[in-house]
Design a protein around this ligand. Structure first.
Ligand code: GZL
Length: 354
């Protein structure tokens, strides 16, 4: 390289180094380098969100995860750190500690169960990182350990489905004392399990139904099938199976049909009525349309935009509501019951056309 060219290259290099780019190491300055320069700047402007998700146990959970991932994108100004806990609380606690070490701007927690969060949420508070709880609730001594919560009223979901059962059986003139119901519960200790179970137990007491047994179905199809099979072998008079999510209902239906019984709302003709919660998957809606699931209590999974609104409020100095409940419906393929009435509130039943 001639002396003159060397002086020119060294001069350009000196100028580029002063401007934070490099000519010699990475070749000519390209759109990529400039982009990486601007990307580096925009990287620093991103709001970093650490999201600890329960797992991928159900269609609802997958839809909830998709809602969060499609909301917190770089294009919208976020860096999302997503951790799947495979339904283990210890994995969530570890994830939160990692978020604290990485000094994220916000922690979003979808807690697998209600208890056991005081210590790790105190650590987040100590680190001055706001925590948003989504879906299920946490049961902590100090409610200041989290900014706010957004999710469903699970007990109301249970009460709505039970009121549909009561109204339907009344319409079909089936006496309450003939109702022999089993509860396929969700993950024990989860707010959704606690609320839906409580809604059922209140209805059993109020209506005089027979609650034969409660059994943990863990919100999965496999466990729902296993537990329902066991209960069908134990009891010969089951005529209602209350599943605390759709995936359990899919398993329960498999078990009922494998036992030679039929699912359906015509319990006076020996069918077994299956009810469930979520209403997220095409399969669930199809089963409801066909009457394989008689009634579904909606549980809306689309929390991504709701959590983003909370973060925007906090970023812009507004105070979000401490507790935000999502409005939800009841679905059925049966036209007999078009609305249900609870505490003077009328809830329309969404009838799914055949
Ligand atoms: C409800 C959610 C429950 C769903 C299940 O908000 O916590 O967990 O009903 C899911 O499908 O597994």
């Amino acid at each position: 390289m001639s002396k003159k060219i060397l002086i020119i290259v060294l001069t350009i290099s000196l100028v580029m180094m002063m401007a934070g780019c490099s000519l010699i190491e990475s070749g000519p300055v390209s759109s990529f380098d400039m982009e990486s320069e601007s990307e580096t700047e925009s990287e620093e402007d991103l709001i970093v969100v650490g999201f600890s998700q329960v797992g991928a146990e159900s269609d609802w959970r997958k839809a909830n995860t998709e809602s969060m991932l499609s909301t917190f994108t770089k294009e919208k100004g976020y860096e999302l750190i997503y951790e799947d806990a495979q339904q283990k609380q210890q994995n969530q606690i570890t994830a939160i500690r990692t978020f604290i070490q990485r000094e994220v701007d916000y922690i979003v927690l979808a807690p697998v169960t209600e208890d056991g969060w005081d210590t790790v949420l105190s650590e987040a508070k100590e680190a001055q990182i706001p925590v948003i709880i989504v879906d299920r609730m946490v049961n902590v001594e100090d409610p200041e350990l989290f900014e706010c919560w957004v999710g469903s009223d699970f007990e109301l979901e249970g009460r709505k489905v039970c009121e549909w059962i009561r109204a339907y059986l009344e319409y079909k003139e089936i006496p309450a004392e003939e109702v022999n119901i089993v509860d396929i519960q969700g993950t024990l200790g989860a707010s959704s399990q606690i609320g839906r179970t409580r809604g059922l137990k209140d209805a059993v007491r109020a209506n005089g139904w027979n609650l034969l047994e409660e059994a943990a179905g863990e919100y999965t199809q496999a466990k729902g099938r296993e537990v329902t099979s066991r209960l069908l072998r134990k009891y010969d008079n089951i005529n209602v199976v209350y599943c605390e999510n759709d995936n359990e209902a899919f398993g329960a239906i498999e078990a009922i049909e494998a036992s030679g019984r039929r699912v359906g709302s015509n319990i006076s003709r020996g069918q077994i009525m299956v009810v469930s919660f979520d209403g997220v998957s095409d399969q669930a809606i199809e089963y409801a349309r066909k009457g394989k699931i008689s009634c579904i209590g909606e549980c809306n999974p689309l929390h991504g935009p709701r959590v983003e609104k909370i973060i925007r409020d906090l970023e812009e100095g507004r105070t979000p509501d401490k507790y935000e409940y999502v409005d939800e419906n009841v679905f059925s393929g049966d036209i007999s019951i078009t609305s249900i009435n609870l505490d003077e509130t009328v809830y329309t039943v969404t009838i799914l056309g055949k």
